[in-house]
Write a protein that binds this ligand. Structure first.
Ligand SMILES: Cc1cc2nc3c(=O)[nH]c(=O)nc-3n(C[C@H](O)[C@H](O)[C@H](O)COP(=O)(O)O)c2cc1C
Length: 226
């Protein structure tokens, strides 16, 4: 019980510290606009111009099982959004899956494990791969873990060639919003054009209110001209 309370306290603290571009509300009554970080691009950066034609792919990491605020789920929150984007944009889809069962843990144990990976600046391996050379546009999806990208997403970004690609990120979260992850992705992928407009959807909305999640997703795709 003490351990559960301390994990909840730790997560609450990090959610508060990392809240960015969001109302932070988990309420299903918030306007869809609250899901998007529409802040102006940082000085010296410019929004990618959507290219007409060209192939696109949705690449995502997501975890089913016991998750925050939604109980034990069969399909990960981010995976639900990934499939919506792929369907709407006619994109191919690739899941970043760990090579072993390293994330097959209870929610509380996973939070500890993920924190350790972050502290160690680990680069967990993923299964298989995908050739990005055929794609102009990459939609990159992930859950927010400890106010950041999961470390396995760093592994993927660092081991693939994103030269000349346009990258649109989307995430699910439990209150932190996008946690400034566009800036982190931009740093890892200087050779790509990374949009500042990130779709950030509450995991509870993705899992339990598919109509609203779809509306937020489609609003965002319209906003970025897709
Ligand atoms: C290890 C771990 C760390 C998390 N850290 C945060 C966090 O810092 N901020 C936040 O809003 N949500 C956090 N969450 C909640 C997830 O971002 C949220 O439940 C997400 O929708 C999970 O998506 P998935 O089912 O696609 O993996 C964390 C969840 C896990 C498992």
């Amino acid at each position: 019980m003490k351990k559960i309370l301390s994990v909840i306290l730790m997560l609450s603290l990090i959610f508060a510290l990392t809240a960015c571009g969001e109302t932070g509300s988990e309420s299903n009554t918030a306007a869809p606009e609250s899901a998007r970080d529409t802040s102006a691009p940082a000085a010296g950066t410019s929004e990618p111009t959507p290219s007409s034609g060209g192939k696109s792919i949705v690449i995502y990491f997501s975890r089913a099982g016991e998750q925050y605020g939604v109980g034990t789920i069969e399909k990960g929150n981010t995976e639900i959004i990934a499939e919506m984007i792929a369907e709407k944009t006619g994109s191919d889809i690739f899941e970043i899956e760990p090579t072993d069962d390293r994330y097959d843990l209870s929610y509380n144990d996973l939070t500890d494990y993920a924190k350790q990976e972050q502290n160690d600046n680990a680069r967990p391996e993923y299964k298989g791969g995908t050739d990005l050379s055929a794609y102009d546009t990459v939609y990159l999806g992930y859950p927010i873990w400890w106010g950041d990208l999961p470390m396995i997403v760093y592994t993927f970004l660092e081991s693939n060639d994103f030269s000349g690609k346009t990258v649109y990120a989307f995430c699910t979260h439990a209150g932190s919003g996008n946690s400034g992850t566009a800036g982190k992705i931009e740093k890892i992928l200087p050779q790509a054009s990374v949009s500042d407009s990130i779709l950030a959807i509450a995991g509870t909305t993705a899992q339990n209110d598919r109509d609203r999640a779809r509306a937020e997703t489609e609003d965002w795709l319209n906003e970025i001209g897709r």
